[in-house]
Design a protein around this ligand. Structure first.
Ligand code: ADP
Ligand code: GLC
Length: 490
């Protein structure tokens, strides 16, 4: 049995902005089911206590340079037996809304201070200096918000092994040089071999340089980030650490995303009762005020409205969609300009396109169940969860040929000779035309309901539960422990 401290800045259902929360809410549970002692640590955002009962205060930390006390609160991850430690420091975390940006979409001005405080607290708990009487074997850090923890832990004479997971290299936690001094970080960390990145302070480098093991959320993305196209200038460093870098495809929370038992659906269904999927499409069309028509191909998109997701490729196609037997539903929030463009296009093409700007959990389930096709033309995608939800719900994914999308979808070949295994359609390049071509192919195949239902069945019978990936994480922790024990030998 391993003792694992799992550090993340968002954890479903306590706080979520994207897939990191889904992973942080599900992987620890899967590890616990494999009988490991896993405890989550995250910031105590004010909004958490709007949804759940206040937690019990179990410890206090006094960190040099921090005015007042930091409390460690404890509660169970709702619906599970996994303990969550909440780092409670009201000046940093007691504010409503998004954990990273203010209501204007601008990063909170004190993000470096907030997440440095979080990382220092993670280290105190990891070194059992918070009085919790628990010493983890492994600290598993996720994304830049936790990047300083491996950097700070490496100077301890005895310490747990560290694993750093890159969920998205596009977000690196870069701050001006002065912030390094403000944070009072050890001088030796200011160097290109440590946290310095082109004269800026890089949180993510803390994880990449110092963790015993690094991984990304799909094998393909682990290879991609070692190239200039996807590496954001970190490709050299990632290549250098290549023998410590691997990829593990995310699983999905198959309790929360289970079409056979999904309270949000008009009609629940499974692979054995697939006919019961049918009522979800007209229900969705009606809910979005689209003509209720079983013959058109209903396309869906759910996601953050940012460049990564290739929403601009979808937008570029909208005028052409009017001439095809399709309808499109978009659910998303993000870039205000993209939000406005989508709303305008939806009003101009109101018989084919509808969009809902905002974040809506219920609608996201209804779209997965009601759509025929799910569009995910991301320019890059470390893993992506919605294509996995789509496969489970029988919405055929059309995806770009990148990262976790390429690792999780099997393309229908030209001759339709692989219909025993194919699960979706893969774009041949990143362009509106490539996306259009795959939509046309899907329309074509949809005419043959026999072939179409084979695709649905192939996807629905794939296993995307966390169990195999959680076992891969356990092997990764074991490798990290081995590396750490070698590193600490004189
Ligand atoms: P990323 O983490 O890059 O945003 P993922 O595909 O890994 O992408 O995960 C996104 C998660 O956020 C999924 O669970 C998806 O359903 C959810 N999501 C994104 N946007 C919305 C939205 N507007 N409404 C509801 N859920 C959303
Ligand atoms: C990131 C990535 C996404 C991935 C998620 C969870 O936000 O953009 O591809 O699925 O993290 O790992």
């Amino acid at each position: 049995m391993l003792k694992i401290l799992f550090a993340s800045s968002e954890v479903q259902p306590l706080m979520k902005t994207g897939g990191l929360a889904d992973v942080s809410g599900a992987l620890p549970v899967a590890l616990k089911n494999l009988r490991h002692d896993v405890r989550i640590i995250m910031p105590a955002y004010g909004d958490i206590f709007k949804k759940t009962k206040r937690a019990q205060r179990i410890a206090a930390l006094d960190l040099p340079g921090i005015a007042g006390e930091i409390s460690i609160l404890k509660k169970k991850l709702p619906g599970t037996s996994v303990d969550v430690y909440l780092v409670d420091y009201p000046p940093a975390f007691q504010r409503s809304g998004n954990p990273y940006v203010n209501s204007e979409g601008q990063p909170w001005r004190d993000n470096a201070e907030r997440f440095a405080l979080f990382c220092r607290s993670v280290c105190e708990v990891a070194q059992d200096r918070a009085g919790l009487n628990w010493l983890p074997d492994v600290v598993h850090c996720n994304d830049w918000q936790t990047g300083l923890a491996p950097a700070l832990l490496q100077s301890e004479t005895a310490r747990p092994a560290t694993v750093f997971t890159i969920h998205n290299l596009a977000y690196q936690g870069l701050f001006p040089r002065e912030i390094f001094d403000v944070l009072g970080l050890p001088d030796q960390l200011w160097s290109p071999e440590a946290l310095e990145f082109h004269n800026q302070l890089s949180f993510i480098k803390g994880g990449i340089v110092f963790a015993d093991r690094i991984n990304t959320v799909s094998p393909r993305y682990a290879r991609e980030i070692q190239t200039a196209e996807f590496g954001y200038g970190l490709e050299g460093l990632l290549k250098h650490r290549g023998n410590k870098l691997s990829g593990i495809l995310n699983g999905i929370d198959d309790m929360a995303w289970n079409p056979a038992d999904d309270p949000h659906l008009k009609s629940t269904y499974s692979i054995e009762t697939i006919a019961q999927k049918k009522p979800n499409k007209p229900a969705l069309q009606a809910a979005f005020d689209l003509p209720v028509n079983p013959d058109v191909l209903l396309l869906g998109f759910i996601g953050r409205l940012v460049g990564q997701k290739g929403i601009d490729l979808i937008i570029s196609l909208i005028p052409q969609l009017d001439n095809l037997p399709v309808q499109l539903i978009v659910l998303g929030a993000g870039d205000h300009k993209l939000e406005r463009t989508l709303e305008e296009l939806a009003s101009q093409h109101s018989a084919t396109i509808k969009c809902h700007i905002g974040y809506d959990e219920t609608l996201s389930h209804q779209i997965e169940a009601g759509c025929d096709v799910f569009l995910m033309p991301s320019r890059f995608e470390p893993c992506g969860l919605n294509q996995l939800y789509s496969l489970r719900y029988g919405a055929i994914p059309i995806v770009n040929n990148v990262g976790g999308l390429a690792d999780s979808v099997t393309d229908v070949d030209e001759q339709h000779s692989n219909l025993d295994i194919a699960t979706g359609f893969i774009m041949k390049q990143t362009s509106g035309t490539a996306l259009y071509n795959q939509i046309v192919k899907a329309i074509d195949m949809y005419q043959d309901q026999n072939k179409w239902s084979r695709l649905i069945r192939n996807g629905m019978s794939r296993d995307f539960s966390w169990t195999p990936s959680a076992a891969d994480y356990v092997s990764l922790y074991e490798s990290a422990l081995l590396d750490q024990s070698h590193a600490s030998k004189p």
